[in-house]
Design a protein around this ligand. Structure first.
Ligand SMILES: [Zn+2]
Ligand SMILES: [Zn+2]
Length: 345
């Protein structure tokens, strides 16, 4: 059963929100600030039994501040009262199996997201001019996205056919010499914290496009970091995300091995054997700004990494050219090459 956690200023009763600039819980009225790692430990600001209706899908709570109805679904972790804006956290959804072990707090605020959006539009040659003038940001929200992080090891052997082509000329002829090689690469690669988006509500292309996150900023999870933001718990299990992580590890290993086969005119992999061994898995939350822009009766989605400011999104096109999402697939994976031996046959 979920119970609501409020963020009441102990000094004036105002509502605290996590302030990304100071990395503290901050009261907008008396300017009091509180450490999110320790706030509310002695005194629980928890109101139970405020819920007055519950079905399988939706729950309705009465806002403690204004009496308005706060409607949540089964996955809601953090939201705010639609009437007075009071942030609330549903503590039942960050307990037990649903408690993230770590969180990267927001480092950039809503204004930073608006600024990056404007910058994103600049210099886009194929963007209809009217878009810049008429499109309006319809919605902008800060969301903590649930992720699974996987560690794993790939034992790989890959065979390639390669060629070297040499050209030269003398007074009478042009010569071409093609040499053929068989290449073999073998090694073991360890991966740490390969991220997979654990929410079915957020487009995986979005989450992969805004990677990487800087894992040095991870803190131990505390619900206080969620104050003033939206968050859902995971609805895709670690087991169901594992295949995606494996796929990323295999692609990354192939790319890493291929990077050691330079110096040839052509290299084609002919056969590969990659064995994966499982490692640790971890449930975490990472910050993301989501923007919905309306233009010409259509919705355009944009996203910004709430830690690094990396901004992505599709724009309408004047001419038949696509920008799409530039997926920087492996930038976030810290790969440690333990052993890479190769034999040139
Ligand atoms: Zn206050
Ligand atoms: Zn309210």
């Amino acid at each position: 059963m979920s119970d609501l956690k409020y963020f009441e200023c102990p000094n004036c009763g105002g509502r605290l929100e996590f302030d990304s600039a100071s990395q503290k819980l901050k009261c907008p009225y008396c300017e009091g600030t509180y450490d999110p790692d320790t706030f509310g430990e002695e005194k629980e600001y928890t109101i139970e039994n405020t819920k007055w209706d519950e079905s399988d899908e939706l729950s309705v709570y009465t806002c403690k501040s204004c009496g308005g109805a706060i409607i949540t679904d089964a996955n809601t972790v953090a939201t705010s009262c639609p009437y007075c804006g009071d942030p609330v956290v549903l503590q039942g959804n960050v307990r037990g199996d649903y408690k993230p072990s770590r969180i990267i707090p927001f480092a950039l605020d809503k204004n930073a997201a608006k600024k990056e959006y404007k910058r994103h539009l600049k210099g886009k040659f194929f963007l209809p001019r009217a878009f810049t003038d008429e499109a309006v940001i319809d919605e902008i929200k800060g969301v903590y996205v649930p992720f699974w992080l996987f560690d794993g090891t790939a034992n790989a052997q890959i065979w390639y056919d390669a060629t070297k082509v040499r050209h030269w000329s003398d007074a009478d002829y042009n010569y071409t010499e093609t040499s053929y090689f068989k290449l073999f690469r073998s090694g073991r690669v360890s991966y740490e914290e390969v991220p997979v988006d654990a929410s079915s509500l957020i487009d995986d292309r979005m989450t992969e496009s805004i990677e990487p996150f800087d894992d040095r900023e991870f803190r131990e999870f505390n619900a206080n970091y969620l104050a003033g933001y939206l968050a859902d718990k995971y609805d895709i299990s670690a087991r169901d995300c594992k295949g995606k992580a494996d796929e990323r590890i295999i692609n990354s290993t192939e790319a890493l091995f291929a990077s050691t086969t330079s110096g040839y005119s052509s290299v084609v992999p002919t056969h590969s054997r990659i064995m994966l061994s499982e490692g640790r898995q971890e449930y975490v939350m990472m910050p993301m700004w989501l923007l919905n822009v309306k233009y010409d009766n259509k919705d355009y989605k944009f996203a910004m990494n709430g830690q690094t400011g990396k901004f992505v999104g599709d724009l309408p096109l004047d001419k038949g050219k696509m920008w799409g999402f530039g997926i920087g697939l492996f930038a976030g994976i810290s790969a440690l090459l333990i052993l890479l031996q190769y034999i040139l046959i």
